[in-house]
Structure formats: structure tokens, C-alpha cells
Design a binder for this molecule. Structure first.
Ligand code: FE2
Length: 278
């Protein structure tokens, strides 16, 4: 309120000019003075020299000197640190953006990046299996190929977040996925989809752990970020569960062929909604 009053006084001082009555006229474009009619408005814009002097004195009193920007003690210390900082960072590990971001959070994000990449690698292997000349289920191949891209996109999302918070991305080694997905009783289609479900559920669990890490650190911004990923992951688990249930119904013959057509359409929809890599 004090700042507002001072601001209005300041505006008034800046826009005062003598009118033809020998009084001071305030510019309507600078001072918003409400009026019921043009006549009243004109009268209200015309102020006496005494009134102008009042405004000037009010602006210059000690009371209004408080509007000058005075940083809090903590802010002052930060400004002093900025003033004394080197022009260039001494190490690429030094972060300029990092604030209230614990080592556990940084490590947790790197672990999640590794898991997303591992899923991407696994889906890629399954895609190549179903694209074999003696398997010939191109719908499954396309679905797992796009799923691989999707997991890669999740890894990128986490890497971007790590950079945003001033953490450092550290990629780890990936285990090689099996090349074959034959299963005598279940068949390759159902067997691969059950593996996919296990992976998605594991990922769900890992995101819960990452959320717990952020929660323990009292990091509301990071819990919010992880919650968005958890919502998407819950949908993924439900969708793959539905696929497993359907594949258990259709058996290993013609039903799998028809399910393959469904997955081809699904893969196209998923590919269309992938985020841009840049
Ligand atoms: Fe994912």
C-alpha cells in the first residue's frame, strides 16, 4: 500500500504542468483519476499549487524512503557472493543453477535414466525378434520398436530434468537382453508381452522410490515432476495388462495374427504422439 501510494505520488509529480488557470494540471494519460462525467473529470484533474506541494513533500518524507529497494539480509549475502565470484567456473562439475538438490536426488535420477534405457534396449531386442523372417509379426515388431523410442524419450526427459536442477548426467552400462522370445506353452507373443508387463511394473516401482527420495528431501518441485511420470506409468501398466489378458484369451494361432494387426495400428498412434527429440 505504501509503495502504491508513493508510486502514485511519483507519477503525479512527473506529470504536473501549469494549466491556463495558473494551477497545476495533471496529465490524464499519467494519472488515472476516475470520473463520472467529462466535466467532473476535467475539474478533478486540475490541482492547486498547494496540493502539488503537498504531494511533493509527501514523496520526500522519510516515510516514503522505504520504497527504495533494500534486499533482505539473505539476498544481500547472495549479491555479495555474485560480486566476488570468478568470471568463469573452475570446473565443469560446478553448477550455477543448483539449489537445494541433494546428491541422493541426483543419483536417483541417474538410476532412473539407466532403467529407462534398459527398457528401451529390451524393447528393441523384442522388436528385432518379431521382425525375423520366420516369425513375421510386424505389428508386434512395430509396437516394441516404438515402445523402445518411448522409453528413450523418458530417459531424455530425465536427463533434461537433471540439467535443469544442476545435476550431472552419468550414464551406466546396460545388460544385453536375450535375443529369443520363444515359449513352448505360452507362445512368443504372450511371453514377450508378459515380459513387457513385468518391466513396466518394475518401472512404476522405481518411480515410486524416486518420488520417496524427493519427498524425503522436501523437494516439492521434484515430487511434482516425478508425479507426472507416475501418472503416465500407471496408464502404461494398465494398457499392457489389457494386452496380456487378451493374448491369454486368443491362444497361439489365428488370434495372435489378428492381435498383430491391432498392435500395428497402436504403434502408429504411439509414434505420432512421441515428443520431438529437439
Ligand atoms: Fe518409461
Amino acid at each position: 500500500m505504501q509503495a502504491l501510494r508513493a508510486s502514485m505520488a511519483c507519477s503525479a509529480m512527473a506529470s504536473l504542468a501549469p494549466c491556463r488557470h495558473g494551477r497545476m494540471m495533471a496529465s490524464a494519460s499519467r494519472v488515472a483519476i476516475p470520473s463520472a462525467s467529462p466535466a467532473v473529470g476535467k475539474r478533478s484533474l486540475c490541482v492547486t499549487r498547494a496540493q502539488a506541494q503537498d504531494v511533493k513533500e509527501q514523496y520526500e518524507t522519510a516515510e516514503h524512503k522505504g520504497i527504495v529497494f533494500k534486499p533482505m539480509k539473505a539476498g544481500k549475502e547472495q549479491l555479495e557472493q555474485v560480486a566476488s565470484a570468478h568470471l568463469t567456473s573452475s570446473s565443469t562439475d560446478d553448477s550455477l543453477a543448483r539449489l537445494n538438490f541433494a546428491a541422493e536426488q541426483e543419483v536417483g535420477i541417474n538410476e532412473q535414466i539407466n532403467h529407462e534405457y534398459a527398457m528401451s534396449y529390451q524393447y528393441h531386442a523384442m522388436s528385432n525378434f518379431f521382425n525375423r523372417d520366420n516369425v513375421g509379426l510386424q505389428g508386434f515388431a512395430a509396437f516394441y520398436r516404438v515402445s523402445s523410442l518411448e522409453e528413450r524419450a523418458h530417459a531424455q526427459q530425465l536427463m533434461d530434468y537433471q540439467a535443469t536442477r544442476g545435476g550431472r548426467v552419468k550414464l551406466a552400462a546396460l545388460a544385453a537382453p536375450p535375443p529369443d522370445y520363444n515359449h513352448e506353452q505360452k507362445g512368443d507373443a504372450l511371453y514377450s508381452m508378459e515380459i513387457a508387463l513385468a518391466l513396466e511394473k518394475l518401472n512404476f516401482q522405481m518411480l515410486y522410490s524416486l518420488h520417496e527420495t524427493a519427498d524425503k528431501a522436501g523437494d516439492a518441485q521434484m515430487t511434482d515432476f516425478v508425479e507426472e511420470m507416475l501418472a503416465e506409468q500407471a496408464d502404461a501398466v494398465k494398457e499392457i495388462s489389457d494386452f496380456v489378458a487378451k493374448l491369454r484369451r486368443v491362444g497361439k494361432g489365428l488370434g495372435v495374427y489378428e492381435f498383430d494387426q491391432l498392435l500395428a495400428t497402436k504403434a502408429q498412434e504411439m509414434y505420432a504422439s512421441l515428443p520431438s527429440p529437439v
